[in-house]
Design a protein around this ligand. Structure first.
Ligand code: HEC
Ligand code: HEC
Length: 276
C-alpha cells in the first residue's frame, strides 16, 4: 500500500463514526426518559387518519433558545419521537435527533404485526406500508426554518383561525419564504407577528394566477377565488385523489375531510379586496 493510501485510511479512521441507530424501547410511552415531554401540536399534520403521539427530550441542563419566536434553536442532543397507531396498535415510530456537529438525523422504525417490537426501516422507506424514505423526511422537515415542526411557538402558543392553522401545520413546512421561493406561495404562519403572517398568506393566494395546470381545466386557474372554493385551485389540490395533483404531495393518500371543510369555509367568507 502506498504511503498516500495509508494516509487517507488513517484520516478516515480519525473521523468520528456516525452513531449507531438507537434501539427503540418496545413501549416508548412507558419507558421514554424522565426528561421526555409528551406534547401535541395545535395544528397537527393529517396522516390518513392515523392516531399519533409525540415526545421531545432535551439533554439534562440544556434549554431551547427561544429568542426568535419563528426559529427556536434546539440544543445538540435534542431527540423527538412520533408514534403512529392504527386501530390502537403502533405501526411506525419516527425519530429525529440533533447530532454533535449540529446536523439532524432522521430515522424511522416499523413495528411488527403484534405491535410488540420495532425495527429500523430501510433508508428508502417501505412504500407499500406508507413508510417514508429519508429523502421524504428531509423534503418536509428541512424546508422549514427549524426541522422540529410540531414543537414551536406557532404550534404550541399561537391562536390562529382554524384554516390558517391547518395550512400552517400541513403545508407551511414546504410553502414558506425560504423553501420553494420561486412559487411565491406562503402558507406558513408567524408567531412573532401573526397578522403579518396572515397578510403574506392572503397576498400569495387571493386572486393570484397559478402556474399549475390541472388536466381538466379550461381557463387559467386562480389559487384562491374569494367566496368561491370550487373555483380555487388550493381546494382542488387538497381534494384531489390524483398523485400528481394532490397536496401535500407526500405522506397523504386519503384527502382530509375536516381540513378541506375548514379551508372551504374560510374561502367562502373572504370578501374580495379590490387591491388584490
Ligand atoms: C409530508 C411531510 C412530512 C414527512 C414526509 C415527514 N414528516 Fe415528520 N412531521 C411533519 C410535520 C408537519 C410534523 C409536525 C406536526 C405533527 O406532528 O402533526 C412532523 C413531526 C415529526 C416528529 C415529531 C417532532 C416534530 O418535528 O414535531 C418526528 C420525530 C418526525 N416528524 C420524524 C419524521 C421522520 C423520521 C420522517 C421520515 C421517515 C418524517 N418525519 C417524514 C411532516 C412530515
Ligand atoms: C413536501 C412539500 C410540500 C407540501 C407539504 C405541500 N406542497 Fe404544495 N407544492 C409543492 C411543490 C414542490 C409544488 C410545485 C409543483 C407543483 O405544482 O406540483 C407545490 C405547488 C402547490 C400549489 C400550486 C402553486 C402554483 O400556483 O403554482 C398549490 C396551490 C399548493 N402547492 C398547495 C398546497 C397545500 C394547500 C398544501 C397543504 C395542504 C401543500 N401544498 C403542501 C410542495 C409541497
Amino acid at each position: 500500500m502506498s504511503v498516500r493510501v495509508l494516509f487517507a485510511l488513517a484520516a478516515l479512521a480519525a473521523l468520528p463514526a456516525a452513531p449507531a441507530a438507537p434501539a427503540l424501547p418496545p413501549t416508548l410511552a412507558e419507558t421514554h426518559g424522565p426528561r421526555g415531554i409528551a406534547y401535541a401540536p395545535r395544528y397537527p399534520l393529517w396522516s390518513d387518519g392515523m392516531q399519533k403521539r409525540r415526545w421531545i427530550e432535551l439533554p439534562a441542563g440544556s434549554a431551547i433558545d427561544k429568542l426568535k419566536p419563528d426559529a427556536w434553536q434546539f440544543p445538540v442532543g435534542t431527540r423527538a419521537w412520533k408514534e403512529f397507531r392504527r386501530d390502537g396498535r403502533p405501526v411506525e415510530t419516527r425519530f429525529i435527533e440533533r447530532l454533535a456537529d449540529g446536523s439532524w438525523r432522521f430515522l424511522t422504525y416499523r413495528w411488527n404485526e403484534e405491535g410488540t417490537q420495532a425495527t429500523l426501516a430501510p433508508e428508502e422507506g417501505v412504500p407499500e406500508s406508507g413508510i417514508p424514505s429519508r429523502t421524504d423526511c428531509l423534503a418536509c422537515h428541512e424546508g422549514a426554518a427549524v426541522p422540529i415542526l410540531g414543537y414551536s411557538a406557532v404550534q404550541l402558543e399561537t391562536e390562529l383561525a382554524p384554516a390558517l392553522g391547518y395550512l400552517h401545520g400541513n403545508c407551511g413546512h414546504c410553502h414558506n419564504d425560504g423553501a420553494l421561493p420561486a412559487l411565491e406561495l406562503t402558507l406558513a404562519q408567524s408567531a412573532a407577528d401573526p397578522r403579518a403572517g396572515a397578510e403574506r398568506m392572503r397576498a400569495s393566494l387571493l386572486g393570484r394566477a397559478s402556474r399549475f395546470r390541472p388536466r381538466e381545466a379550461t381557463s387559467a386557474p386562480r389559487r384562491v377565488v374569494p367566496g368561491d372554493p370550487d373555483a380555487s385551485l388550493l381546494v382542488a389540490r387538497m381534494q384531489s385523489r390524483d398523485a400528481l395533483t394532490r397536496m401535500p404531495p407526500l405522506g397523504v393518500s386519503v384527502p382530509d375531510p375536516n381540513g378541506i371543510a375548514m379551508v372551504r369555509r374560510w374561502i367562502e367568507q373572504l370578501k374580495f379586496h379590490p387591491k388584490e
